[in-house]
Structure formats: structure tokens, C-alpha cells
Design a protein around this ligand. Structure first.
Ligand SMILES: [Zn+2]
Ligand SMILES: [Zn+2]
Length: 528
């Protein structure tokens, strides 16, 4: 059974479920950050599939302070550092109401394309002014000593006895990262906006008694998280592994939920990171790894599959730049589809592969058996066909299938052609980019006698009945190489030289299958 179904079985008898996640929109969101939303969606689908009433929420923690100087324009650093992200102007002139709306907006826009449709999005900058958080602010202030004790016990963090768990938004300078609250009289708090509280922002020096309610203040993160659980009735919330360490954010919020807000915290589903090139790619800056950039190349079902194939507690290694990672992802997806359709596949598959395939589909109501049975041309083959002038890609793929493509299969092919073109223009390694030479290239002169013998034998083996698919060509090449005693590497070298004018290239079988049979025969003849 798949992990998401296991989870659904565990909570089956505990009533309606509210699944939640939230994110601080601190800058460009990288592809690894999609793991949380995809896991969230798979959980919601599994709960619903098991007949459990489920609400899916996604929040934006946009009153968190701006603390990343590098992401501001130089003249904005002095004025904006330390302000709530929702109050920092958009640094890109494209019409968003704030810095937070810009970054969260771009991230959230990828959700629908991935088949993730939360029942509700909430923005903390909208929630606080409604007064909905006021009861939690009051409880936190009343129980400040208890909160300090929890920080000491759970996280070994010692706050002074005057410290109160509240982030007041300075009524003078508007910063939230520079203020501390040192007293509470049941109606108002006493705050100080300090110049030197943090080294990344400078407060204005104001102080005084003010009301903390109605949007004037926010709870510190651990308390805000626990308050969200109470406010929205959250029962399941997956969390990144960085938050789920002993004494970490999750432990603190769990303790605050139980002891301060007196509610059992939601079930945690800790998940590991997606590593790009060996580096953790959750929020750091990285070339070509923005969530929306990857989503432009990898279609939604393969992107969902990337995150759902390993269990949440396993890290994912993904290095799309200059590698075959993206073609391999398609191949793996196709293998899961084949296995789900009951066709034999190479290699082992983990139990639960059917659920992994099902939850990778864009449409939760899709006919899984029909989807699994659909014909999917290999991505590398499509990438090759897309580069060869004058090729009718659909006709070639249809020939490979052996019958007409269904409407759905045409759509899959179109999607793969688009993905292949984007991949070739962005992440593909040089060897995947091919240009078939119009005449026998000069490099063919360097072929040795054994290679010429191989080419001659390949004509003999294929002239009567040319192989119809890349696989069939690949088999023919290996068979003829073996029969003529030519090492496979030398055989492929010969084929790349005579067709591409270089000593390497993509899988030769697929290359030959992509070309017109008479061109292949004539070129082999000429070179042999
Ligand atoms: Zn914008
Ligand atoms: Zn201030």
C-alpha cells in the first residue's frame, strides 16, 4: 500500500480531516518547495478516495519580517528590511500589491497546473486585521511565562523574564523584526522598537503602550503556527525535515498547541528535501531551479511523480542541468504506467506503485486503467524526432504503436513534443542535441575496416525488413556488432560519424528509427 493510503487508514475513524500547509514568501521559490504542496495534495486525494471528508488549506505567512537584503533593490534595503513581507513593495514592477504577493503569487500559480486545488488559500495579512487571531494573541500574552518555560524546556532557548511572545508592528516605522514586547496589562502591550535588536534591520527607537489587536501585531512563528491549527481545525500538516528536528520548530509548536492553546497538534508527515546537484534546494538561490522554470519543462504528471515516487522521508536527488535526469524521469513514469496496466516491466518496482501512478495523474477523477494503458512514446525518442526536419512525428509514433493514436494519446504526444523542445532549449546535454548531416560527413573517412564491415552487415540484416522501432534498431545494432566481432562502442561510433558527423550522440537505435528508411539504407551503403 502507498504511504498516503496508509495515512488515510490511520485516521479513517477520526472524523473529517483538515490538511494544511503554509509558506513564508521570502523570495523566489525553488522547485524543491513543490514537494510540500504535492504531498499535501496526495494526502487529500487519499483521504477523499477512502471516503473521508477533507478540507485542503494553503496559507501564506506574509506578516513574517523581510530579512533577506540580497532580494531588495539597493535603495529599498534601509527602508524595507524588518517590515512584514506583505508591507514591502513589489520589487518587480508587474502589478502585485506587495513583495509577498509577488513571490507567493508566482508559486501558487503553479499549483493549479499541477492539479493542486486547495479549498481555500489564506493570507495571514488578511487574517490578523479581521480579529480572528486576537483570542490567541490574548492567550499567548496571558501565558507568557508558560511560553518562556516551553522555549527553555523544548528548545533550550532562554528569553528574559520580561519577554512576551508577540511581534508588534511598530506604529512609527512599520517594522516587525525590530520590536520586542516587554509588558502586558490585559489591554495594551509595552513595546520597544530597538535599533540593535537584530543585525539585519535597524529599528526606529520608538516605545510605548499600544493595543496588540486587530492586525497591530503578529504572533512569533511557533505560536502563529500553533494558533493556525486551532483557528482552522488542522488535523494533518506535513512539514519539511528542517522543521521536524528534535527541539525544532515543530516540537516547539506542538508543545505550545498542547499546553498554551490546549489542543492536540495535527499529525505530522515529515518530508525530506529535493537535492539539486547535491545541494539542498528548498529556498536558496540557484540557477534554473525556480519552481515555475522547471514546471515549464517538466509536465505536471511527471513533476508530481518526481515528488511522489519516493516516500516522503526519502531525499530526492535531481540534477536536471546538462543531464538525462528529465528523460529518465519520463522513462520511470512510463515504467510505472506499464506496470499499472499489467504489462511486464524491467527491474523492480516498490509496492504501492499503482497508487504512486494514480496520485501522479493530474485529474483526481481520471480513469486510472485507461491512463495506464495509453501509449506513451519514449521521451528521448520524441526529443530526437522533434529535431529531425521534415519528420511527421505523429505518424512515426503511430507506426511505433502499430495503430492509430487515441485523442488522449495525441495529447500526451503533443505535451511530450513541447516538453522535449523546452528541454532541448534549456537543460539538455550537448550530446542530446543533434543535427543529421545531409551528406556523408568527412569524419566518415576515419572509419576502420572493422567498422565498415559492421555497416555492410547492418545493411544485410535490415535492408529487406527495416526495424520499425528504436528498440528494434537497437537490438539489430547489437546483434550485428556481435556477429561481426565489432565492439558495440565502435559500432555506435561508426553510426554517429556517418549520420551526425561526430563520434557520439543519443541512442543510435532511436536515431535510425527517426530517419527515413531509404536515407538510412543509402547512407549505410555509401559509408560501407
Ligand atoms: Zn510582482
Ligand atoms: Zn519602529
Amino acid at each position: 500500500m502507498d504511504w498516503a493510503d496508509e495515512l488515510a487508514m490511520r485516521v479513517r475513524d477520526s472524523g473529517p480531516q483538515v490538511v494544511n500547509d503554509s509558506k513564508t514568501p521570502s523570495g523566489t521559490v525553488h522547485v524543491g518547495s513543490l514537494r510540500g504542496p504535492v504531498i499535501l495534495d496526495a494526502i487529500a486525494r487519499a483521504l477523499r478516495a477512502n471516503g473521508i471528508e477533507t478540507t485542503l488549506l494553503y496559507g501564506v505567512d506574509d506578516l513574517d519580517p523581510m530579512d533577506a537584503q540580497a532580494l531588495l533593490t539597493p535603495d529599498a534595503v534601509a527602508t524595507e528590511m524588518g517590515k512584514p513581507l506583505a508591507h514591502v513593495p513589489d520589487q518587480v514592477d508587474d502589478g502585485h500589491a506587495s513583495y509577498a504577493r509577488h513571490h507567493a503569487g508566482i508559486f501558487i500559480e503553479t499549483f493549479a497546473g499541477l492539479g493542486i486545488h486547495p479549498d481555500r488559500y489564506y493570507w495571514m495579512s488578511d487574517i490578523y486585521p479581521t480579529g480572528a487571531m486576537d483570542p490567541f494573541i490574548r492567550t499567548a500574552l496571558d501565558r507568557a511565562a508558560q511560553v518562556r518555560e516551553i522555549y527553555r524546556r523544548v528548545a533550550n532557548v532562554r528569553h528574559p523574564d520580561s519577554w512576551h511572545p508577540l511581534g508588534l508592528i511598530c506604529p512609527v516605522c512599520g517594522r516587525v523584526g525590530t520590536t520586542i514586547v516587554t509588558d502586558w496589562d490585559g489591554t495594551n502591550v509595552f513595546f520597544e522598537c530597538r535599533r540593535d535588536l537584530v543585525d539585519w534591520a535597524s529599528g526606529c527607537g520608538s516605545s510605548g503602550w499600544v493595543s496588540p489587536f486587530g492586525g497591530a501585531a503578529k504572533l512569533p512563528w511557533n505560536l502563529e503556527w500553533a494558533a493556525q491549527w486551532s483557528l482552522f481545525g488542522v488535523t494533518i500538516e506535513p512539514g519539511g525535515k528542517d522543521l521536524s528536528t528534535a527541539g525544532g520548530s515543530r516540537d516547539r509548536s506542538d508543545a505550545i498547541a498542547r499546553e498554551v492553546f490546549e489542543r492536540e497538534p495535527p499529525l505530522n508527515v515529515p518530508y525530506e528535501f529535493l537535492n539539486i546537484g547535491g545541494k539542498k534546494m528548498s529556498t536558496s538561490k540557484g540557477r534554473g531551479a525556480a519552481a515555475h522554470a522547471i514546471a515549464d519543462v517538466v509536465p505536471p504528471e511527471q513533476l508530481r511523480f518526481l515528488f511522489l515516487r519516493p516516500r516522503p522521508n526519502h531525499a530526492i536527488e535531481f540534477e536536471p542541468d546538462g543531464s538525462d535526469a528529465i528523460p529518465r524521469l519520463f522513462d520511470e513514469f512510463d515504467r510505472f504506467a506499464s506496470a499499472t496496466a499489467g504489462r511486464p516491466v524491467k527491474g523492480e518496482l516498490s509496492p504501492g506503485f499503482e497508487a504512486t501512478f494514480r496520485y501522479s495523474l493530474l485529474d483526481p477523477a481520471a480513469d486510472v486503467a485507461a491512463e495506464a494503458a495509453a501509449f506513451r512514446p519514449a521521451f528521448s525518442h520524441v526529443a530526437l524526432l522533434a529535431q529531425i526536419p521534415g519528420v511527421d512525428v505523429a505518424a512515426r509514433v503511430e507506426a511505433e504503436k502499430g495503430s492509430a493514436l487515441t485523442t488522449r494519446e495525441c495529447a500526451i504526444l503533443d505535451e511530450r513534443v513541447r516538453a522535449a523542445r523546452s528541454w532541448l532549449a534549456s537543460y539538455a546535454p550537448d550530446r542530446a542535441v543533434v543535427k543529421v548531416q545531409e551528406a556523408l560527413p568527412a569524419l566518415a573517412a576515419e572509419l576502420d575496416d572493422a567498422q565498415r564491415t559492421f555497416l555492410g552487415a547492418l545493411i544485410g540484416a535490415t535492408a529487406q525488413d527495416p526495424p520499425a522501432s528504436g528498440e528494434a534498431w537497437q537490438t539489430a545494432i547489437f546483434d550485428v556488432a556481435r556477429a561481426t566481432g565489432v565492439p558495440a562502442g565502435r559500432a555506435f561510433d561508426a553510426l554517429y560519424r556517418i549520420f551526425l558527423g561526430r563520434p557520439n550522440g543519443p541512442r543510435a537505435g532511436w536515431l535510425l528509427a527517426s530517419l527515413a528508411p531509404d536515407l538510412v539504407a543509402a547512407r549505410l551503403q555509401e559509408a560501407a
